[in-house]
Design a binder for this molecule. Structure first.
Ligand code: C2E
Ligand code: CA
Ligand code: CA
Length: 636
């Protein structure tokens, strides 16, 4: 059951309803009263009171009309407009009008003009009827209005000595009763309508809010990265494309920001810490951008940023890298990260968002390979580079089966005797008559997961060849390069053991060369696997020493047999390289490892290295890497 009492807001509506209905009523009242006064002019003193009545009534009508205008002008524009006072004014005006009509009707009863009485009664009845509808927004008022309008007439009629007037009076009483009841009912009905309308309005606005909320949720789900609150891939692509289409003359730059070292944090400290770091990184990037820039989290540890091209762009990009590189303090521990940025320009490097993003990615990828932690800009050669990489990747997968891979061997010379002590097996790939350098394809094999199979094949081939060569050269050692991914594989030591067994190659003649940068990886697993290899009797070398990150203390954690000083130091011995070579060779005896100098190309280098006491030499000066049969000629 709906209440008949209206709330404050609903009352406003009721007052509106009253005022919007009243205009016509005022006009009709003016017309009726004027016609009445003109049609039935009274005589003498009565004429004066009749005109006085007309004057007062129209004054009231004028005031009510002014109030009507005031209401519509002020209620719409003034916040503090009092609807309660408006209602009081309205009620006052309406009841005064009713009282004046009532007064007139009583006057007519005493005037004793049947015709005028009949007309007046009709007018009173009409106004009563009208009020039931037009005043229904206020129950009390419409009831009082009806009563006030006709009750005095009814009483005057009943008290009148004139014949039949009393009957008319009784009829009028009945009429008053019907009208007042009708007014009450109509008012209740109106109140309910107003109430229902409000309930609907409320429901509607509630629904609208719900819909808006849902829309926002759906938008968030499909456009916002939940971890950082940044745009996700989809939203970024759409917004970038929209911008390219709506502002084709803009000059933009797409920055591909990729974190360096995030995977280590995530793997070693867990995803929760990783998430915290990502959130912090996103905050730092946001600090450094303009509101018009477009930023998103592209993937795990990748962010994309679109900015206007400007003179300071490269400095700004480097600033983002520097900002990301400030250590993070998470749960009391200090973590370090870096970032590499690749940039592509619109429209120079592409006009579609996919292409711009792909090229910024290529620039980043390439930059990462040459020097991490810096900004790289896309250029056309990168594109060709990538196409070639894809071609190599597709062929490398089946290179073993298609017999495109083979090994060459380069001797390692004992400095003192000048004899070949061992050989390093180096992998070669001939693809459609083109020799693909290992520096190019080993990386691809590692990246696409072929290196473990290839590495195992190399190991088997090298051991078989080693066995054959040992027939000519007793105790000849064979060095095999091992990739980090092989070493991280817990099955690797067993595979090595199985290979040695299968090829019947003595373990102590096998030397595994490990690139020193591998120490940046999961140290415990590596050391564990290396120790397992060592327990097989296999020897271990640190390759390319001086180019990576390993410290001598790390090397101490397992027994290294050889350290191979990178050829770049051998070639620069007349400048800075010599100090390194000397330092390594000096500590060598303390740590009990032997030193191999790689890339020896000149007699001068040989002389210097011999004087420094370097035990082993390798390089073109002695022999370049050659096929097995060619090497055989140098053995014995
Ligand atoms: P690395 O292990 O440092 O191999 C030595 C590289 O130096 C070889 O290049 C060799 O040809 C070259 N070299 C030797 N003496 C000289 C010299 O006097 N002057 C100059 N300029 N270069 C010299 P290569 O064969 O192109 O191999 C490049 C790299 O590819 C190797 O570097 C090694 O890291 C990797 N690699 C080669 N074979 C394998 C393999 O079977 N498995 C793995 N995982 N990596 C391999
Ligand atoms: Ca090597
Ligand atoms: Ca090397």
């Amino acid at each position: 059951m709906l209440p008949t009492e209206l709330s404050k807001v609903e009352q406003k509506d009721a007052v509106y309803l009253l005022y919007s209905n009243v205009g016509m009523g005022l006009f009709i009242t003016f017309i009726t009263s004027t016609v009445l006064v003109l049609t039935f002019p009274h005589d003498g003193a009565q004429r004066v009171s009749q005109m006085l009545w007309w004057g007062v009534l129209n004054l009231v009508l004028l005031l009510r009309f002014l109030d009507l205008g005031y209401f519509f002008i002020r209620s719409r524009h003034k916040e503090s407009f009092s609807f309660q006072r408006a209602l009081t004014r309205f009620t006052g005006g309406a009841l005064l009008t009713a009282a004046l009509w009532s007064l007139y009707s009583v006057m007519v009863v005493y005037h004793q003009d049947w015709a005028e009485l009949a007309i007046t009664c009709i007018i009173i009845a009409a106004f009563s009827g009208g009020s039931v509808t037009f005043l229904s927004a206020s129950r009390k008022m419409s009831m009082v209005y009806c009563a006030l309008l006709s009750l005095p007439l009814a009483i005057a009629l009943m008290l009148s000595p004139i014949e039949n007037y009393d009957t008319l009076g009784y009829l009028t009483i009945a009429f008053v009763f019907v009208m007042v009841t009708g007014a009450s009912k109509a008012a209740r009905y109106t109140a309910r309508s107003i109430h229902l309308k409000h309930q609907n309005d409320h429901l509607l606005s509630h629904m609208e809010q719900e819909v808006a909320k849902r829309t926002q949720e759906i938008y968030s789900l499909s456009n916002i990265d939940p971890l950082t609150g940044l745009f996700n891939r989809k939203a970024f692509s759409e917004k970038l494309e929209y911008r390219l289409q709506t502002q084709p003359n803009a000059k933009l730059a797409v920055l591909f920001i990729d974190l360096d070292g995030f995977k280590t944090i995530n793997d070693s400290l867990g995803h929760e810490t990783g998430d915290q770091v990502i959130r912090e990184v996103s905050k730092r990037i946001q600090q450094n951008i303009e509101p018009s820039d477009l930023l998103c989290r592209w993937g795990g540890d990748e962010f994309l940023l679109t900015v206007e091209q400007h003179d300071q762009l490269l400095e700004d990009a480097q600033e983002i890298i520097d900002l990301i590189s400030i250590p993070y303090v998470i749960d009391g521990s200090k973590l370090s990260l870096g970032a590499t940025v690749g940039i592509s320009y619109y429209p120079q490097h592409g006009t579609q968002h996919e292409r711009l993003i792909q090229r910024a990615d290529m620039a980043m990828y390439n930059q990462k390979r040459s020097k991490k932690g810096q900004v790289g800009i896309f250029d056309e050669s990168l594109r060709e580079h990538l196409l070639r990489e894809i071609r190599l990747r597709d062929h490398l997968e089946n290179a073993i089966h298609r017999h495109e891979l083979f090994l060459v061997y380069q001797p390692i010379i004992a400095t003192e005797t000048g004899r070949i002590d061992s050989v390093e097996a180096l992998l070669r790939w001939r693809l459609d008559n083109e020799m693909i350098p290992p520096d190019e394809f080993i990386g691809i094999a590692e990246q696409y997961g072929f290196i473990r199979a290839i590495g195992l094949w190399v190991l088997g081939e090298a051991c078989l060849a080693g066995k054959r060569m040992q027939a000519h050269h007793e105790g000849l050692g064979v060095s095999v390069n091992v990739s980090i991914q092989q070493l991280l594989d817990d099955d690797f030591p067993e595979e090595v053991a199985a290979t040695l067994k299968r090829t019947d190659f003595p373990a102590h003649c096998l030397d595994l060369e490990i690139t020193e940068s591998l120490f940046a990886h999961d140290k415990h697993r590596l050391i564990n696997n290396i120790n397992r290899l060592k327990s097989l009797g296999v020897q271990v070398s640190i390759d390319d020493f001086g180019t990576g990150y390993s410290s001598l203390s790390v090397m101490q954690e397992f027994d290294v047999d050889f350290v191979k000083i990178d050829r770049s130091f051998i070639w620069t011995m007349d400048t800075g390289g010599r100090a390194i070579v000397e330092a390594v060779s000096q500590i060598a005896s303390a740590f009990d490892y032997k030193v191999v100098a790689e890339g020896v190309e000149t007699e001068e280098q040989r002389r210097l290295l011999t004087n420094m006491g370097i035990e082993y030499l390798q390089g073109y000066l002695f022999l370049p890497p050659v096929p097995e049969h060619e090497l055989m000629q140098h053995l014995g």
